[in-house]
Design a protein around this ligand. Structure first.
Ligand SMILES: [Fe+2]
Length: 213
């Protein structure tokens, strides 16, 4: 008969019983194991939810974080974040491909406007400057597509949504599923405005977590 896998707590207690986990005399076993378990839990992260790739992906986008040309219409938006794996390790060098519609809801199918292929920096950080994508008839919500890859990890295809999208009417908790493709509330991110009233701009943080292979 197959033995069920031990819980993390049971395996830590087993380690202590067999001597592979040792404690200094003033640490109580139960408390120390609970503390260790809590610390491990804090470092782990849930993988980012998958979302449709859609029909407009193109390979070989340029490695440029400046997607917004000067004077291009639309609300300027800077998206930044970090790439981790589910153990909380930073994935420096992860490849982040992004593509989106312009302010008018149009994808560039001939060239590479509003498309980029970026690399996460040494601390797993990435950032790009763009405009808030427009709505288009086939989709309910504004969104930016992501394809994130890193050696030893499952490729992630997902989409970033914006809490300020008019479709959510200010309440994405309640209304996120108005777009049937938005299956996870976690993909809808808050928007922070900065700049001054004559040059306002949006800022969005989108952390990405890849599953290990
Ligand atoms: Fe799209």
């Amino acid at each position: 008969m197959l033995k069920e896998r031990l819980t993390r707590r049971e395996s830590l207690l087993q380690c202590a019983a067999l001597g592979s986990l040792r404690l200094v005399p003033w640490l109580g076993l139960t408390q120390a194991v609970s503390a260790l378990e809590a610390q491990e839990r804090d470092l782990t992260r849930k993988p980012t939810q998958w979302n449709e790739i859609g029909p407009f992906y193109k390979r070989l986008a340029p490695n440029s974080a400046q997607l917004r040309a000067p004077n291009e219409p639309g609300l300027p938006v800077t998206v930044s974040g970090r790439v981790f794996d589910t153990r909380g390790d930073i994935l420096a060098g992860a490849k982040i491909e992004i593509w989106q519609a312009n302010h008018f809801g149009l994808y560039d199918l001939d060239g590479y406007r509003y498309r980029a292929s970026l690399s996460a920096g040494p601390e797993g950080k990435y950032s790009f400057d763009s405009v808030m994508p427009g709505h288009y008839p086939a989709r309910v919500c504004q969104h930016i597509h992501y394809l994130v890859t890193a050696p030893g990890h499952k490729p992630l295809i997902t989409q970033l949504y914006f809490a300020t999208d008019p479709v959510f009417e200010g309440d994405p908790d309640r209304n996120y599923s108005r777009d049937p493709l938005v299956m996870s509330r976690e993909l809808v991110r808050p928007v922070t405005l900065s700049g001054d009233p004559k040059a306002i701009q949006a800022n969005v943080n989108f952390e990405v977590v890849l599953d290990r292979l």
